[in-house]
Write a protein that binds this ligand. Sequence first.
Ligand code: PLP
Ligand code: ZN
Length: 448
Amino acid sequence: MKKDVAYQKCINPQCGAEYDCAQTLVTCSACGELLDAQYDWDRVSVPDSMEAFAKRWTTRSRRLDFSGVWRFRDLLDFCPDDQKVSIGEGQTILEKNDRVAQHLGMDPGSVYLQYEGLNPSGSFKDNGMAAAFSHAKMVEATSCVCASTGNTSASVALYAHSCGLKCTVLIGTGRIAFGKLSQAMDYGAQTIQINGDFDDCMHQVQAVCQRLGLYLMNSLNPFRLEGQKTIMYRIIEGLGWEVPDWIIVPGGNLGNSSAFGKAFMELKQLGLINKVPRLAIVNATGADTLTELVNNRGLSWNDGRVDQGIIDDYYADLTAREFSPRTCASAIEISRPVNLKKCLRALEVCQGVVLAVTDPEICDARALIGRYGLGCEPASAATIAGLKHLLDEGVINPGERVACVLTGHVLKDPDVTVNYHKQKQGVFSNAPVEVENDLEAIIRLIQR
Ligand SMILES: *Cc1c(COP(=O)(O)O)cnc(C)c1O
Ligand SMILES: [Zn+2]
């Protein structure tokens, strides 16, 4: 039987099992590893240059050409056009920010901020959901579920009600930022708070899927990552179809970094780019599994022969210590990232580096982006905090072109922002001043 142009394939080269896209799988049925969406590129009509995608700006009155995900559909064409879901995701901008550059000691024209907060639910997750919900529609799913630190639940809830799917979200009690919790409830998701952290929720949601056959919307879902590839296409687009020297991204469940690595692997293979950028993945020190495994325990992709023993030992150690991750950047408060192996592959493809930054560094970087950029939530600011480290260490040079992915909107986590300013926690704190209800007193303050 001739297989379809798009199919699913196990990432483990020793297995390599293939599955039809019409199947709903969470992992490889043969070996349990993660799955990729794959394409028989010889049978896909891919444009001969990235510039060719620009022509879709002129036909943006068409639904799919307007979407920042689907106007690149030739590179992720796993379902028929009439099943592709869009609610206007991916209308994001790449901002050249010389004030932030200057503050860090980077050259003018070197720092770019890819602001994914402009998505319909306020985070990059919408890129992935446009693709995952298209697949869900293709397989005629009626109910979906996800575990979430917050933004996944907001995005899933929004897409679910616009597609008519029933939706349940699992979140850790007390672990979610207020903006995100308010969205899940407002968009009509059944919201279940579990007495535990994200890793507990992730564990439970997989069991729930198995028992009830619900459609899983976490980034284990290979189709979600297809949508997230387009963040990289839009960065290239924003640079006049040039590839930056570096991409910096926060690392949580490692779906984004995995998707970015896959995007560049494919673009290189297709001859659509002439170089692959380097990738820097930034953890918070309170949730630094990737940093620990890669930098201190020597874990690597190793042509797909990942040393599982290193991972098992570390996770056993976490369990023995009853470790629960802690960081103010709640979106990356994860200690058992499900996309770890795909991320290791991305690190190899992109000659990647990983590092961890502290919460105070994240908070100052967040406020810097607020002061001079479009603002973002704490996890997103790990990128700028990470850039500062990499610059100080000489890994990144001041003249290199760096694109930082600002993953979520500034209004997602007002508590962190307000506390930073009111409690004067950092160098950019800008607390409100109290004054009597008196004109002269107000004027004295303004003129001070
Ligand atoms: C989900 C999320 C992350 C983490 O992304 P992963 O793909 O899980 O590594 C980072 N920042 C924000 C704002 C998020 O919502
Ligand atoms: Zn397999």
